[in-house]
Design a protein around this ligand. Structure first.
Ligand SMILES: Cc1ncc(COP(=O)(O)O)c(C=O)c1O
Length: 464
C-alpha cells in the first residue's frame, strides 16, 4: 500500500493532497503502469478518511487520464505518453507591471503618424481574407515569404527605387533585426564588419557584440577612404539617408564604395534603405543597388516607416550569385511573418493603396517637417539644425556648455523625451555641441510648435 502523508490541518483539502500524492507517484514511476489502485473502501480505512474524499481524488485522476476504470474490477494506472503536467510549487511571485514613462511630447525617431492610417481599407482586405476561401493560408507558406507579396515588392522597387530584381531574389522577414543575422550567415566566413559611426544602434548591439569596425560619417555620408584603410570586408550602410545624421552618400563616394566592394570576392555592401520614401526636396535618391554591376550589394528595406513598425515586415534582395547558398542554408526555415498579414499587404499594394498612402504620408510628414524647421528657425543662431529635407527626424545642436545627458534630464523634467546622438555611436565621436535627434513623425502637427517652445524654454535657449 502506498503511504501518503495527509495533513488534516492543511489549507489544501484532503482530496487534493491525495490526488497530488498519487499523481506524482505515477509520474515518478513509483507506481508501475497497470498497477491496480486500492479500492475506495480499503484506502479510506487505511488512511482513516472518508470514502467520498477518495472518490473525488480518483475521479480527478480518471478525468486527467492518469488512471482508468474497469467496471466492477477497479482503477488501474495508465501509461502516460505525453509530457505530464507537473504541479509547480506555488511561489509568491510579484509581477511588476512595467509602465513605460509617458511624456507629453516624445521626439523618438521611430514614431509614425498614427492618425492617417487607412484602417478601413486594411480591414476590408483582412475581412476578405479571413473566410473559407483562404483555407490554404492555414498551411505553412514559402520560406522566403509569399510569392504574391514578393511580386508586389519587386514591382514597387522597380518603379520607385530603380531596382531591377525578381521575386525569387526577395526574402521577407519580421524586421531588419531578424533578417540581418540571415545575411550575416550567408556571407560570414571570416568576415569583418564595418558600420557607420554614428549609425543604427540596433545593428551592433544585436548582432555583432560591438566587434564591428566603426567608420566615420561626414556631410557626404560614410567616409570610404577610412573604410579602405581597414581589413573589413562587409559594410553596412544607409546611403540614401544616413541614420542618424541624414547625410546622403555622394555620387563620388558611391562609385568609390562599389569599387571597393568589387576588389575582392568576399566583399559585400549591405544597403539599408529604411526610409527612402520620404524626401521633401528634390528627387528621390536612387538606391545604390541600382548602380551595382558586380552583385556586391545586398539591399534591405522595411515597411516600418512607410506603413507601421508593428507590422514587422522587412525584406532583403539578394544578388543572384547568393541565391543558391541562401537555398542551401535556409530552405528549412519558415517565413517569420504570418501568411495572412503578408496577403493583406500584398493586396494593399496590388490595388495601388500603398502608393496612395505614401503620397498622403509624404504630404503629412512634409508639413510636420516644415513646421518643425520653421519653429526651430526662430531660435537661430542659438541652435543649429542638420539632416533636414528627408525622413522623419532631424538633428539639432545646442551651443550650451552642458552635457547631452544633463539636457536630456532637463527635457524629461519638462515632460519631453529627446534622444541624443551619442545614443547611436559605436565609438565616441566628437561633436562641437550637444546634439539631439528630433523625430517628428509621432507628434501631431499642431503640437510641434508648443513642443519646441517648451523644449527651448526648459533648456534656456532664447529666440533671436
Ligand atoms: C536605420 C534603420 N534601419 C531599419 C529600421 C527598421 O527596422 P525594422 O524593420 O526592424 O523595424 C530602422 C527603424 O527605425 C532604422 O532606423
Amino acid at each position: 500500500m502506498l503511504i501518503f502523508e495527509l495533513e488534516k490541518n492543511s489549507t489544501k483539502p484532503l482530496y487534493e493532497q491525495l490526488y497530488l500524492g498519487i499523481k506524482n507517484a505515477i509520474i515518478n514511476k513509483q507506481i508501475e503502469v497497470g498497477t491496480k489502485l486500492p479500492s475506495k473502501r480499503k484506502l479510506a480505512d487505511f488512511l482513516n478518511i472518508s470514502q467520498t474524499t477518495i472518490e473525488i481524488a480518483y475521479g480527478q485522476l480518471l478525468a486527467e487520464g492518469y488512471i482508468a476504470s474497469r467496471p466492477r474490477v477497479g482503477f488501474f494506472v495508465e501509461e502516460i505518453d505525453e509530457l505530464p503536467y507537473v504541479e509547480k510549487e506555488q511561489v509568491n511571485q510579484t509581477f511588476v507591471k512595467h509602465e513605460a514613462k509617458h511624456f507629453v511630447y516624445d521626439f523618438h525617431p521611430g514614431k509614425i503618424d498614427t492618425e492617417s492610417f487607412p484602417f478601413s481599407i486594411w480591414r476590408k482586405y483582412a475581412k476578405e481574407l479571413f473566410d473559407n476561401s483562404s483555407k490554404e493560408f492555414l498551411q505553412i507558406g514559402e520560406p522566403q515569404g509569399e510569392y504574391a507579396l514578393r511580386l508586389e515588392i519587386a514591382k514597387y522597387l522597380y518603379q520607385s527605387r530603380g531596382i531591377v530584381c525578381k521575386p525569387e531574389q526577395i526574402v521577407i522577414g519580421s524586421g531588419t533585426e531578424h533578417l540581418l543575422p540571415m545575411i550575416l550567415r550567408l556571407i560570414e566566413t571570416d568576415s569583418k564588419f564595418a558600420l557607420e559611426n554614428p549609425g543604427y544602434s540596433a545593428i551592433p548591439r544585436i548582432h555583432l557584440q560591438n566587434k564591428a569596425i566603426p567608420i566615420s560619417v561626414d556631410e557626404d555620408g560614410l567616409i570610404v577612404d577610412e573604410l579602405e584603410k581597414t581589413d573589413a570586408n562587409i559594410v553596412y550602410i544607409t546611403p540614401s539617408h544616413q541614420f542618424p545624421t541624414g547625410a546622403v552618400l555622394s555620387a563620388a563616394r558611391r562609385t568609390q564604395l562599389l569599387k571597393w566592394a568589387a576588389k575582392s570576392a568576399n566583399r559585400y555592401i549591405i544597403e539599408d534603405d529604411y526610409d527612402s520614401e520620404f524626401r521633401y526636396i528634390g528627387k528621390p535618391i536612387p538606391a545604390l543597388q541600382g548602380m551595382d554591376q558586380n552583385n556586391k550589394v545586398i539591399y534591405m528595406s522595411t515597411f516600418t516607416k512607410s506603413l507601421m513598425p508593428s507590422l514587422r515586415v522587412a525584406y532583403f534582395v539578394l544578388p543572384p550569385t547568393l541565391l543558391q547558398k541562401y537555398k542551401e542554408i535556409f530552405s528549412y526555415y519558415s517565413a517569420t511573418v504570418p501568411r495572412f498579414d503578408q496577403h493583406i499587404l500584398a493586396s494593399f499594394m496590388k490595388d495601388g493603396h500603398f502608393s496612395k498612402h505614401l503620397n498622403r504620408m509624404r504630404k503629412i510628414y512634409r508639413k510636420k517637417h516644415d513646421k518643425l524647421t520653421h519653429t526651430l528657425s526662430t531660435y537661430y543662431p542659438y541652435i543649429k539644425i542638420k539632416g533636414d529635407h528627408a525622413g522623419m527626424h532631424i538633428l539639432i545642436s545646442i551651443p550650451i556648455e552642458k552635457s547631452e545627458q544633463d539636457l536630456k534630464i532637463q527635457a524629461a523634467l519638462s515632460n519631453i523625451a529627446v534622444y541624443s546622438v551619442s545614443d547611436y555611436v559605436l565609438k565616441p565621436i566628437e561633436v562641437e555641441w550637444p546634439t539631439f535627434l528630433l523625430g517628428f513623425g509621432g507628434i501631431p502637427l499642431e503640437q510641434i510648435e508648443p513642443a519646441i517652445h517648451q523644449l527651448m524654454s526648459c533648456w534656456g535657449v532664447r529666440k533671436a
